[in-house]
Write a protein that binds this ligand. Structure first.
Ligand SMILES: [Zn+2]
Length: 264
């Protein structure tokens, strides 16, 4: 039995020549050239000078008011507010014109959308930092608003603003450690990964699951896995090709080849 996207006899064998959908998983490494530090890499803030607030465990966050106060400050000071997309983000917007593309991003910085990628084609697996949400479930409250309006309340003297609708704790609309990913979103990401002929994993250490496991789904279904990352990842052995160049240089070139394959 062959998967729908497996190679058929007579089809091109090099991944850059395979037509079909392209899934692109992006991690922190794609945004470092935009001035956003990689919190998990070897030079990352998380390991070097922990801004623990940004990588806090959800349960600690709920239980520790001081941690929440520091978290709002860290959100206010996040470099992503002023960051601009780089050549790698821009290259991916161009690929949309030639191929069916979904960007499955672990980043919360919205730089893909800022670069011009179609919002519905960017699946934010870990949420985003520009929105805030109530920690009470949709059934009980489910308030959602902009991060800016909550930070305005912080600036006005509320160090840990509560939900104005129900009084519960607020947080960024990101997936914190100890929280589950949105099942519907993950299901859509997995379906696209399985349907892709090429799965590009860009700037991700591929250590955080279940996002990282999407590579494996794609390869099992017949996709070529191409990893662009400056350090080894746990999935290098599964990859058709591993690229170790700076992402903002490598990606425009790879994207150009993928675009050409669609026209061949
Ligand atoms: Zn609420």
């Amino acid at each position: 039995m062959t998967a729908a996207n497996s190679l058929q006899p007579g089809e091109p064998t090099h991944w850059t020549e395979r037509p079909g959908p392209v899934a692109v998983l992006t991690g922190a490494g794609i945004s470092t050239a935009s001035g956003i530090p990689d919190f998990r890499g070897p030079q990352g803030l998380w390991t070097k000078n922990p801004i623990a607030e940004l990588t806090a465990n959800y349960r600690d966050y709920l239980g520790d008011p001081e941690l929440r106060v520091r978290s709002w400050i860290a959100r206010r000071d996040n470099p992503a507010w002023d960051a601009e997309p780089n050549a790698a983000h821009l290259a991916l917007t161009g690929l949309e014109k030639h191929r069916s593309v979904r960007i499955l991003t672990q980043n919360i910085d919205r730089l893909h959308q800022k670069a011009g990628s179609t919002p519905r084609k960017v699946l934010e697996l870990h949420g985003n930092m520009f929105e805030a949400e109530c920690t009470r479930s949709t059934e009980l409250c489910g308030w959602r608003g902009t991060m800016r309006e909550v930070l305005d309340r912080v600036a006005a003297g509320e160090p840990d603003p509560q939900c104005e609708r129900c009084g519960a704790i607020l947080k960024a609309a990101t997936i914190m450690f100890g929280q589950h990913l949105d099942e519907d979103l993950l299901g859509r990401a997995a379906a696209f990964a399985r349907a892709s002929t090429v799965f590009l994993a860009v700037g991700s250490s591929l250590r955080v699951h279940p996002a990282a496991g999407l590579c494996e789904l794609a390869v099992d279904a017949g996709a070529d896995l191409v990893i662009v990352n400056n350090e080894p990842t746990a999935y290098d052995d599964l990859a058709t090709e591993v690229v170790r160049e700076p992402i903002e240089e490598a990606l425009p070139r790879l994207v150009e080849r993928l675009a050409r394959a669609a026209q061949a």
